[in-house]
Design a protein around this ligand. Structure first.
Ligand code: ADP
Length: 595
């Protein structure tokens, strides 16, 4: 809990001045709230003792002044909230979350369910801003009002102050007990909600698959069953909570009862006037009236607390790929790549919806084992091997999505771990089997990888890239040329066309290293020929790595590496390998299905 509040304070630190101002206004307004009941008491005493009407009017004027001042304070406080907190906090929190998400390695993102990630972030950010709002504007005024009232009561009567303090103490004690009692169940509910969110995001992601297989009823039923379970669990838990809360609220009634009795006793004894009894009762009504609403507030805060805690757990995850201070920035990379005895196992991580961050554990399955090779600058090489041999893992390591467990990757003359990662990645173009497109224009999608540039790329430059990547073969179909929206809501592109946009995006960066990860594996022969042509165009003068399923795309490369079970089992030209490498020979003879 201490750690939790430390983090909340950390997030809100940039707003400490504005918060302090708001607190100041709140205290002012609470003190002003005590003025009117005090004056009412004095007016009653005045009337009983036969004071002049003039005096009563002066006293009434004081309540009017208190009311006006209270309004002015409320206005100033509201302005502070709107100008600084209302919008700025959300902006600050959202930006921080994205920055944190980008500090995770690509590998850390890859094995997380995007639906759960989104749910944790959305709920967390919303709850964080709401929680702070609730603490500041709903809980703080209650606490301030109670503290001010108890202090004022102590000032007027030691015994009434003590009774109120005891009543409030009991109220707080029962609340803490309630929290403890229900915290674990709340966590269970939150976990159920996250699991169900995952189910829903999977359904939404695979809508087409569900419809084609006519499984709408089944998946809707599964989701609904999950929701039903959450509802049953939640209803039972909150009903029990409300029952406890009712018992807790009894302390308020008992305390007010005692104030009446003790106050009246002192009035009878002549210690206080009747006006004082009015003051005591009005003050305690003001302070305790607010405590009555704490039941719902308490419940809301606990729900928010659990969501924010999950969000904090996610933000606490350590980035696995560590960036050293003052990394080496190599301008004009040559593009030489050397693997020295590299071994790698994929880490097993706990998933983002979990309650605590556990360090990733080691997977037993070796993805790469003692792999060594050198690719000279400007060379065109291919990696072949059966599915699961470790080819894509190599590209992940070259892109530094993960760091190897053993061995070293050297780029030009430097260990990859000491390079400025962002700068290094600017020199790499990657074309994957399934090219991700933004729901934006063709221009946006092509220039996406450019740093700082983009809008100023001329149509001539784009045209050149388009012809290298064979986009010109479908360009005429696009009504607004490079400004045609492609992707989800725009013109639909075929697999081969998407590939070519991917190649254009990679080429636009004028990369020193180009990687094609199974770029042709899902294409028909015609598209494959086009992609092959674009790969040939694109790879001139660049270190090019082709991971290929089809032999036709790699026959002419400078060197082929053959992989099996995470090891390199052969290297050389196509003809040499046919003579020397049994694995390659088998791949070739089965090429229709495997390479
Ligand atoms: P290829 O590209 O040759 O088909 P990969 O490099 O994708 O092979 O996979 C090598 C091995 O690593 C396989 O056994 C695969 O199951 C495993 N693997 C790949 N990606 C992951 C991952 N994200 N987490 C755990 N294991 C993985």
């Amino acid at each position: 809990m201490k750690e939790f509040f430390r983090k909340i304070i950390e997030i809100y630190r940039p707003f400490k001045k504005v918060m302090a101002t708001i607190f100041f206004f709140m205290i002012c307004s609470q003190v002003l709230m005590l003025v009117s009941p005090y004056i009412y008491g004095k007016i009653i005493d005045g009337i009983i003792s036969g004071a002049e009407m003039k005096k009563i009017i002066v006293l009434a004027l004081v309540t009017l002044v208190a009311h006006v001042l209270s309004n002015i304070v409320g206005y100033l406080q509201g302005r502070c909230e709107i100008n600084r907190l209302e919008f700025d906090v959300r902006q600050h929190v959202s930006k921080q979350t994205l920055e944190k998400m980008f500090s995770f390695s690509v590998g850390q993102h890859n094995n997380q369910n995007s639906g759960v990630k989104q749910s944790v972030i959305n709920k967390g950010e919303h709850s964080l801003t709401t929680l702070a709002h609730t603490i500041l504007y709903e809980i703080s005024p209650i606490i301030i009002s109670i503290v001010v009232t108890i202090s004022a009561l102590f000032y007027l009567s030691l015994i009434l102050g003590a009774v109120t303090l005891t009543g409030v103490g009991c109220f707080v004690g029962i609340s803490i007990y309630l929290n403890r009692n229900i915290k674990d169940e709340l966590k269970d509910i939150e976990n159920m909600v996250h699991d169900n969110e995952k189910v829903r995001s999977e359904i939404l992601r695979n809508m087409e698959l569900v419809q084609i297989n006519a499984q709408e009823k089944k998946v809707t039923g599964e989701y609904d069953k999950g929701l039903g379970k959450i509802a049953r669990f939640g209803k039972t838990m909150w009903t029990r909570f409300l029952l406890f809360a009712c018992v807790r609220n009894l302390t308020i009634g008992i305390t007010r009862f005692l104030i009446i009795i003790i106050g009246a006793y002192y009035v009878y004894k002549g210690v206080y006037t009747a006006g004082y009894l009015v003051i005591f009762l009005s003050w305690s009504a003001n302070a305790f009236g607010r405590l009555n609403s704490v039941g719902n507030l308490h419940r809301r805060c606990m729900e928010l607390y659990i969501s924010v805690k999950k969000y904090f757990v996610m933000l606490d995850i350590e980035p696995e790929v560590k960036i050293i201070p003052n990394p080496v920035r190599v301008d004009g990379l040559d593009g030489r790549i050397e693997f020295k005895n590299v071994s790698f196992k994929y880490p097993v991580r706990n998933y983002l919806g979990d309650d605590e961050v556990k360090p990733p554990s080691q997977n037993d399955h070796v993805a790469l084992s003692d792999v060594s090779f050198t690719i000279q600058s400007g060379q065109r090489v291919a990696f072949v091997g059966q599915s699961g041999a470790g080819k894509s893992t190599l590209t992940h390591l070259i892109l530094r999505s993960y760091d190897p467990d053993d061995g070293q990757i050297v780029i030009d003359e430097n260990d990859l771990r000491i390079l400025d990662l962002k700068h290094y990645r600017e020199s790499i173009g990657l074309v994957e089997q399934s090219v991700t497109l933004f729901d934006e224009t063709l221009r946006y999608n092509i220039v996406f990888g450019l740093n700082g540039r983009g809008i100023d790329v001329t149509n001539d430059e784009l045209g050149e890239i388009a012809s290298m990547s064979c986009i010109d073969k479908f360009y005429d179909r696009l009504e607004d040329g490079f400004d045609t929206v492609i992707g989800e809501k725009g013109v639909k592109l075929s697999g081969g066309e998407r590939q070519r946009v991917g190649i254009a995006r990679a080429l636009m960066k004028a990369p020193k290293i180009l990687i094609f990860d199974e770029a042709t594996s899902s294409l028909d022969t015609e598209n494959e020929a086009l992609i092959k042509e674009s790969i040939e165009n694109a790879s001139r003068g660049r270190t090019t790595i082709i991971i290929a399923h089809r032999l036709s795309t790699i026959k002419d490369v400078d060197k082929i590496f053959v992989m099996e079970k995470g090891k390199i089992v052969g290297e050389g030209k196509h003809d040499e390998l046919l003579e020397t490498c049994e694995v390659y020979k088998n791949l070739v003879s089965n090429q229709v299905t495997t390479i």
